[in-house]
Design a protein around this ligand. Structure first.
Ligand code: NAD
Length: 340
């Protein structure tokens, strides 16, 4: 009999998974462990044959050695860099992920960030809430209608951004090394080179995966091409922007503002005490962490804690695909399998 261990699920996720899995795979014994698993939290469920984890777990050879009967891992995420695929392959363990769950969810959040910056929303709410002022002095923003939005990465999230931008009456331009001409026709936008896009856009929004080719795609040279009034939005990954260069551009008034859901070295910001205790911090990472702090304090910048994915509906879609992944494996037809 298969035994499925689900790690790190919130109570509502546990309830959701339990009720559905009992119906679709009644022969699988279910167990939940609210903790995560990692080399520092070695699992004790030696008889687990299947398991499900979130990105806060870390699977490597030490963890796998503690789960000798494991055949399948369903990660409740799109990314799978928290699973050592060389180790799972060596043990013939199949890994499935959730390829898509929240394109509209992330796009909606990117627009929320944009409106926060374009309408100075954070400062407006703050001054009313703390009772200091009830007036609109200094809160003048700008209309999105008629402005140009440059979408860098015209994939799943980029497509939703474009449709939302259309609703706001914006002119859309895109950049992607793999242009989707059918999408350009459907939405009615033009592909430009990255340089051209940066020059003409009033808003630049980033929707690229983090790859060696996208590392610091927005660096000092790219920022220098942008309009001094432009707003930069990033919901992709922190390291696609050179944080120090961004902090300098904003401080020097060479950029209008930024809305960032992801920042470089966000792990260090999350647990600063642990980060400072590490003895492998480099001058470069320290510089980046300092720049993160400078950004968080700037009045024309809004930083959120990697929260764009976090809606009830998106998380439910993650669970639905995870259930499909588990059922697929149990029934001998695995789906959404990740390749090393
Ligand atoms: P996707 O794969 O559908 O689209 C990515 C697009 O980027 C593709 O069209 C690809 O061709 C393009 N691309 C690749 N290299 C590029 C480059 N050098 N320059 C410009 N474009 C390039 O991905 P998606 O579903 O739209 O997600 C985009 C990213 O958003 C994810 O990789 C992830 O990092 C991030 N994300 C963040 C959150 C969050 O909570 N903040 C949630 C989900 C996804």
């Amino acid at each position: 009999m298969e035994k499925l261990l689900i790690y790190g699920a919130a109570p509502w996720e546990r309830e959701y998974l339990e009720s559905r899995l009992k119906t679709v795979v009644p022969d699988v014994a279910l167990a939940f462990n609210e903790k995560t698993v990692s080399p520092t939290h070695i699992p004790t469920e030696v008889d687990a044959t299947l398991c499900s984890i979130f990105v806060d777990s870390k699977i490597d050879e030490t963890v796998l050695a503690a789960l000798p009967q494991l055949k399948f891992i369903a990660t409740r995420s799109t990314g799978y860099d928290h699973v050592d695929l060389a180790a799972t392959t060596a043990r013939n363990i199949t890994v499935s992920s959730v390829p898509s769950y929240g394109e509209n969810t992330v796009a909606e959040f990117a627009f929320a960030l944009l409106l926060m910056v374009s309408r100075k929303m954070y400062e407006a709410v703050r001054r009313v809430r703390d009772g200091s002022q009830f007036n609109y002095e200094g809160l003048q923003g700008f209309d999105l209608k008629g402005r140009t939005i440059g979408v860098v990465g015209t994939g799943r999230i980029g497509r939703h951004i474009m449709n939302m931008a259309k609703g706001f009456g914006m002119t859309i331009v895109g950049y992607d090394p793999y242009p989707n001409e059918a999408l350009a026709k459907e939405v009615g936008f033009t592909y430009l080179s990255l340089e051209e896009l940066l020059k003409v856009s009033d808003v630049v929004t980033l929707h690229v995966p983090y790859l060696p080719s996208t590392h610091h795609i927005i660096n000092a040279a790219a920022l220098a091409l942008m309009k001094p009034t432009a707003v930069l939005i990033n919901t992709s990954r922190g390291a696609v922007i050179d944080t120090t260069a961004l902090a300098v551009a904003l401080k020097e008034g060479k950029l209008g503002g930024a809305g960032l859901d992801v920042i470089e070295e966000e792990g260090a910001i999350k647990d600063e005490a642990a980060f400072l205790r590490q003895d492998n911090t480099t001058a470069e990472t320290l510089r980046t962490v300092l720049a993160d702090h400078i950004l968080m304090d700037l009045p024309n910048v809004v930083v959120t804690p990697h929260a764009a994915f976090n809606t009830r509906e998106a998380l439910q879609r993650i669970l639905d695909t995870t259930i499909e992944n588990i059922v697929g494996f149990v029934k001998g037809a695995p789906v959404n399998v990740v390749k090393p």
